[in-house]
Each structure stands twice: as structure tokens, then as C-alpha cells.
Design a protein. Structure first.
Length: 189
């Protein structure tokens, strides 16, 4: 059974997702949140296995919320959900710790499969085209390139810190800085 929390600012989207997901065997929507404030309270109350997180929330940043969720103990799987999900978003999503990235136009069976996959610990992310990785590499600090490469390969941040012989907190700050640099490009697309 997958215990799920839905985070989206549109009431109709929350209601529709809840109804569709409630009808799917093995997926149990525990509740919904419409904002960053609601999310904190719902996380405490529900302790979900998976969070279906809208990428664009008013006054909140889906990437930062994902990073915060992945620091929870235990951390839920996070599936970023966006009407604009495409390969340009995959590098920042990986850096934020997202387990998956899915377009809101995906058919219901694809959503069900993605939720099941991330709940098993699988990553559901589009491949990172070489050109996109090269472009991301030009927008981050040169010293951050090894961190970027390891994170894109799926290396956990603690292992990245160990390999870099840096404190985890230092590497986490570098990752936050990379997300900021790369997210500006996404907003301009």
C-alpha cells in the first residue's frame, strides 16, 4: 500500500487526483495540501510514503520544498508533477532530490506506474541529454562540476560529500546554489 500526500494549489486538481488515485488499488491518498504551510502540517499528521508535489506553487518553490522533504526522517519519495515537465527540468529536479518528474498531461496509468516506481525506490526521470548536461555545466561554478556529475549519476549527497572530502552541509549549500543557477534558466524557457 502506498500512502500518498497530494500537494497542488488548484482545488479542482487536488479533488480530481484524489478521486482518481483513491480508485486505484494499492494507492491511498492520505490528504492534500495547497501551500507550503499546509504541507508542513500534513507531513506531521500523515507521514506519507510518497508526496506528489506540484512544481509551481504560489509563493513556494517546488525544488526547495522537495529538498526540504528529502531531509525529513524518514524521507518520503517525491514525484514532482508539472504541466511544464520536460528534459529542461530534469537536472534541477535531480539536484533537488526528486525521485521522479512527471508531466500533468500524463495518462492516469502512467501516473500510477510512476507512483509505484518511486515508492519502490526507483527513479522516474527523463534521460539527461548530453547537450543539457553540458549546458548545465556551463552555468554552475567550475568547482561544482564533480558534484553535478555525481548527483546526476544518482550518487547520494552524503557519498558525494565523502568523495569530495567536504562536510555534507557544505555540499548541500553548493547543491542549493546550483539549483538556483539552473532554475533561473527554467523560468526563462
Amino acid at each position: 500500500m502506498i500512502r500518498l500526500l497530494i500537494v497542488d494549489d488548484h482545488p479542482a486538481m487536488r479533488a480530481g487526483l484524489t478521486a482518481v488515485l483513491r480508485a486505484e488499488p494499492g494507492i491511498v491518498p492520505l490528504g492534500t495540501a495547497s501551500s507550503e504551510e499546509d504541507l508542513g502540517a500534513m507531513m506531521q499528521r500523515t507521514k506519507p510514503d510518497v508526496v506528489l508535489l506540484d512544481y509551481h506553487l504560489p509563493g513556494a518553490d517546488g525544488l526547495k520544498l522537495c529538498r526540504r522533504l528529502k531531509r525529513e526522517i524518514p524521507a518520503p519519495a517525491v514525484l514532482l508533477y508539472s504541466a511544464y515537465a520536460d528534459s529542461a527540468m530534469v537536472v534541477p529536479a535531480i539536484l533537488a532530490g526528486a525521485d521522479g518528474l512527471l508531466n500533468k498531461s500524463a495518462p492516469a496509468p502512467e501516473l500510477f506506474d510512476a507512483l509505484r516506481a518511486v515508492s519502490r525506490g526507483d527513479r522516474v526521470l527523463p534521460p539527461v541529454p548530453r547537450e543539457l548536461l553540458e549546458s548545465a555545466g556551463t552555468r554552475v561554478e567550475p568547482g561544482d562540476l564533480p558534484i553535478l556529475a555525481m548527483m546526476v549519476d544518482g550518487t547520494p549527497i552524503a557519498e558525494v560529500a565523502e568523495a569530495m572530502r567536504q562536510p555534507v552541509t557544505h555540499v548541500a549549500r553548493r547543491v542549493d546554489a546550483m539549483i538556483e543557477r539552473l532554475r533561473v534558466e527554467i523560468a526563462a524557457v
